[in-house]
Write a protein that binds this ligand. Sequence first.
Ligand SMILES: [Zn+2]
Length: 111
Amino acid sequence: MLEAGKKAADHWKRENEKAALDAKRAKAKELIAKSKAEEWAINPSVHFNQWANFSAYEFSGVVKAFRELLENLRCDNESCKSYVYVVPNKGTREAMRCNCGAININLKAHK
Ligand SMILES: [Zn+2]
């Protein structure tokens, strides 16, 4: 979704927005790699064996990264803290936002 946001920012020539989304995307990539979130999602039967081979230390690193990844999907505003969601929830995606509006990423790259 951040990729879509970047494309939209690029389309509308919103350079600051694009740079901010770039940074967010880089951070998300790093956390996804560290948390092995993609492996969790791909094949549930594979990861059980892999987890069994992990030491407690390695596993705590994965858990920490996964928590951080989830935290990264939430609004920073202490009185909000909602997870981001896409609007509208049906049809063409227009924006990704939180409840308070502090996060409001445009996804629309056309008129
Ligand atoms: Zn918020």
